[in-house]
Write a protein that binds this ligand. Structure first.
Ligand SMILES: Cc1cc2nc3c(=O)[nH]c(=O)nc-3n(C[C@H](O)[C@H](O)[C@H](O)COP(=O)(O)OP(=O)(O)OC[C@H]3O[C@@H](n4cnc5c(N)ncnc54)[C@H](O)[C@@H]3O)c2cc1C
Length: 381
């Protein structure tokens, strides 16, 4: 069944689709059920060049546009968003270093992404989620470097990460740091946030930084500019997050459509009821629209245009749409949709979790609203 337009390089989309069918589909339910980090898959995707796809060739990357990476994320996530979020934390950490890191830091870490380096992006703390302007994790200058202490919570991919990009507060505001897993004083544990009902790519760890010393060049960018750097990094990754949600939406839609086409009631297939067809018509239109918006946001990135509005709109719409598609899929499949042996509950859990993770719907609406307020006030001036 080919229901959706190809919106990026056709050869690449076909390659990602085939990879997902062969390698991801067979393990998707197990990864979710057992809450596993898909390390083997992450190594395999690196063989295809997808882990460092948008990095410049100088750092071992593919130098490809975001539109291509978005297409890969979408196709992989049709079978498992768990692989998608594992690649997104890899992308976030490398993008932050690529955009803001000193040359020595870039040369030290960026080439390892092409070899499958697992990595995490660690912003959240027990006391600070949406509001990360102030943090309990602190960093202070030391002889030739920085010392970090504190604790991060809810860290995706943290069970396997070998490198963490960490937000910590310094004298001049919040700042970002590269922290390798093997630095003295770094440890992780599974705290009370470890298990989520969706997006389960291994337990979300608490990252403990116990007077961890890192060299001077492990401060990423400018001290005190961490919030801005993180916001730009997240604006980049939100287009990919939208792609992951679209993958979930497509999977739920296609599985439900296939089921109602076979299921009979009152002497006809369930798909023949107009009331059921209308669900699918409405959702097909919305998936088409959300995909166009998301690919447009990626094209904005590739063209160097401002993406605060487009990437926030894309994630906001795609995430809530995925939840509605998954809920409708359960509904039209009847009792079959509620069976644990079927993937519909997993679609619903993953879709809902992504309305919170990586920028909650409310925070994204705030970002969009800011651009609107700015525009209308600029017009008044
Ligand atoms: C599956 C999953 C994976 C995650 N992975 C990571 C990770 O890898 N790294 C990481 O650092 N963090 C991660 N997080 C944490 C995530 O980033 C935070 O959960 C998110 O930022 C929201 O913070 P919070 O949960 O503390 O909610 P709170 O900040 O307590 O917010 C509670 C509610 O209030 C709303 N709200 C907050 N501020 C405003 C406002 N100004 N206006 C309107 N509404 C507002 C929120 O949207 C939310 O609905 C993950 C979370 C989940 C669920």
């Amino acid at each position: 069944m080919q229901l959706w337009r190809t919106l990026a390089d056709e050869t690449l989309v076909a390659e990602a689709r085939e990879f997902a069918r062969t390698h991801v589909a067979p393990v998707a339910a197990k990864l979710d059920r057992e809450d596993l980090y898909p390390l083997d898959l992450v190594r395999l995707t690196s063989d295809h060049g997808w882990n460092a796809m948008t990095l410049p060739a100088t750092y071992g990357g593919g130098g490809r546009p975001m539109t291509d990476l978005l297409a890969v994320m979408e196709e992989l996530s049709v079978h498992s968003p768990i692989l998608g979020i594992s690649l997104i934390t890899i992308f976030q950490s490398q993008k932050c270093i690529e955009m803001y890191g000193q040359e020595s830091l870039k040369r030290r870490y960026l080439p390892h992404y092409a070899d499958g380096l697992p990595a995490s992006f660690a912003l959240t703390e027990d006391g600070h989620g949406s509001d990360i302007r102030y943090l309990d994790t602190k960093a202070r200058p030391s002889d030739g470097g920085w010392v970090l202490s504190g604790e991060k919570a809810f860290i995706t991919s943290g069970a396997a990460a070998e490198l963490f990009v960490v937000l910590a507060e310094t004298e001049h505001g919040v700042s970002t740091f590269a922290v390798p897993k093997d630095a003295a004083g770094v440890s992780t544990y599974e705290g009370e946030h470890a298990e989520t009902f969706g997006l389960r790519n291994g337990p979300h760890v608490n990252l403990v930084l116990d007077d961890v010393e890192v060299p001077e060049d492990h401060l990423i960018g400018t001290e005190g500019r961490g919030l801005k750097q993180v916001m730009v990094t997240l604006a980049n990754s939100r287009t990919l997050a939208a792609g992951i949600s679209l993958g979930i939406a497509r999977a739920a839609f296609e599985d439900a459509l296939g089921y109602v086409n076979e299921r009979t009631a009152f002497g006809t297939t369930v798909l023949d009821f107009q009331g059921i067809q209308w669900y699918f018509s409405q959702l097909a239109a919305e998936i088409d629209a959300a995909r166009l918006l998301t690919y447009e946001a990626a094209r904005d990135l590739d063209a160097g245009r401002d993406i605060a509005r487009s990437s926030s709109e894309a994630k906001m719409l795609a995430a809530s749409l995925a939840t509605r598609v998954a809920a409708t899929a359960v509904q039209v499949c009847g009792a079959h949709g509620t069976r644990e042996s079927q993937p519909f509950g997993r679609y619903l859990r993953d879709a809902k979790a992504y309305e919170v993770a990586g920028g909650s719907a409310e925070v994204l609406k705030n970002t969009v609203a800011k651009t609107l307020v700015k525009a209308v006030r600029a017009k008044e001036d």
